[in-house]
Design a protein around this ligand. Structure first.
Ligand code: NAD
Length: 429
């Protein structure tokens, strides 16, 4: 048997689902609801700029490997492009393009002055040493040097990257231009202009929208049964914050499988356990091992997919038992599964709302960097809370007004704001 650290970390998305087609379907649905002009829809359907680069890297063994990296800039009508950088073996141009489009609607929905972008390199970071990852990140950044910048395009962490990669990107960009440019990335370490609260921000945003959805039903987080797929940046933070708020986190998982405890997992103790066990969850005292497939269909009140796209599909949707699905990951529910959940009256808190806490605090980090005034964590969390709650209320209000599900309501707000800005600015030349 392979050692746990060598087991594959990923289950690729179902091959037949093209993430970009799926993103365009949601856009078209919103455009129809808004009665958008076909020319506007055509502009919004295509990324403005697509950059694909070769990233040659010398491995520690001396072998040279050439990786492929992308940066897709979907729309910058409202401000600089903004979006994460993903290191994952399943990264494709279609996936990055879909995620770039989602970022455009997400920023507009939250009322922050950014456009949408996304970047990624098809690699499994677990198979590379720290030195190799640093060389990959620096070369990728160099290849993009004319396409990024604090007023142009501002990368951030996503799956497989963290503040460490952002520090390398910031340093590479700064060395190339000859002076420190902290605003070129967000999600940086505090020592170089990162924001307090950024590490937990996406998970905190998930907790806020779940709390608001429960409050509308006259419920609180206390005692609510939660199941979370993915125990990384987002899933781990959501688990921690929901646990702190009194929710019972029954199950969590990562790429190596999941664990379940009927009375609720002790998340602080689990964090210590996984740190000591090379991210292996199985064997945590008081829990039983379960597969990722089993986790998604456990009886619970709130299901939080916080790993990959296309996890709730036509194949397993009938077995999903949650009454609320909070999309912490981007695109974890397929279009067909979304329709099926809607028909059953399951509330789906859509990704462009549920996981927007990260980009909100990225924006707050950028604002602090530009003004050279840095806030304490309480202020950051307060500002973020205000923007998240406002967006949640706007989406639920829009859903009632238009008699549509939350996803379509969120899209009509995000797409509508970008379309309005495009109409006001006019088409160049
Ligand atoms: P991460 O790399 O920190 O964590 C991902 C987690 O998913 C890990 O625990 C990993 O083991 C697990 N995983 C991988 N394959 C899996 C599988 N097949 N089944 C179950 N678990 C699996 O990434 P992250 O930053 O937490 O991002 C997770 C999702 O959230 C992505 O869709 C990302 O785009 C989205 N997101 C992230 C942020 C952010 O601030 N990091 C913001 C918005 C959205």
């Amino acid at each position: 048997m392979m050692s746990p650290s060598l087991l594959p970390l990923v289950t690729p998305s179902p091959a037949h689902i093209c993430p970009f087609d799926q993103a365009c379907s949601y856009l078209e649905e919103a455009a129809k609801e808004l009665q958008l002009d076909s020319g506007l829809l055509a502009i919004l359907s295509s990324p403005r700029k697509v950059v694909t680069v070769s990233v040659p890297v010398k491995l520690d063994s001396g072998e040279v490997r050439v990786l492929v990296g992308h940066r897709v800039q979907h729309c910058n009508i409202l401000g600089p492009y903004k979006g994460g950088t993903r290191y994952h073996p399943a990264v494709t141009l279609q996936e990055v393009s879909a995620l770039a489009m989602l970022m455009t609607w997400k920023c507009a929905l939250l009322g922050i002055p950014y456009g949408g972008a996304k970047g990624g390199i098809a690699l499994d970071p677990n198979q590379y040493s720290v030195g190799e990852l640093e060389r990959v990140t620096r070369r990728y950044t160099s290849e993009l040097i004319n396409d990024i910048g604090p007023a142009v395009d501002i990368p951030a962490p996503d799956m497989g990257t963290s503040s460490r990669e952002m520090a390398w990107m910031m340093d590479t960009y700064s060395m190339n231009v000859g002076h420190a440019v902290p605003g070129v990335v967000t999600g940086k370490p505090l020592s170089i202009g990162g924001s307090r609260g950024r590490d937990l921000a996406t998970g905190r945003g998930v907790m806020i929208v779940v709390r608001e959805a429960l409050a509308e039903r006259g419920l609180s987080l206390a005692g609510v049964r939660v199941v979370i797929q993915g125990f990384g940046n987002v899933g781990g933070a959501a688990a921690q914050l929901l646990h702190d708020a009194g929710a019972k986190v029954l199950a969590v998982s990562n790429g190596r499988g999941g664990i379940f405890c009927e009375t609720g997992l002790d998340i602080p103790a689990l964090n210590v356990y996984v740190a000591q066990n090379r991210q292996v969850l199985a064997g945590f005292p008081g829990s039983i091992a379960i597969s990722n497939a089993e986790l998604l269909t456990l009886p619970c009140d709130v299901l939080i997919p916080a790993a990959l796209e296309n996890q709730i599909t036509e194949e397993n949707v009938a077995r999903v038992q949650a009454t609320i699905v909070a999309e912490a990951a981007n695109g974890p529910v397929t279009l067909a599964a979304d329709r099926a959940l809607e028909a059953r009256g399951v509330t789906v808190l859509p990704d462009i709302l549920a996981n927007a806490g990260g980009v909100v605090v990225s924006y707050l980090e950028w604002v602090q960097g530009l003004s050279y005034v840095f806030w304490d964590e309480e202020r950051v969390n307060q500002e973020m809370e205000g923007l998240m709650v406002q967006a949640y209320r706007q989406v639920t209000h829009q859903a009632k007004l238009r008699q549509v599900p939350l996803r379509l309501a969120a899209y009509t707000l995000g797409v509508g704001r970008v379309a309005q800005a495009l109409a006001d600015r006019g088409l160049y030349p």
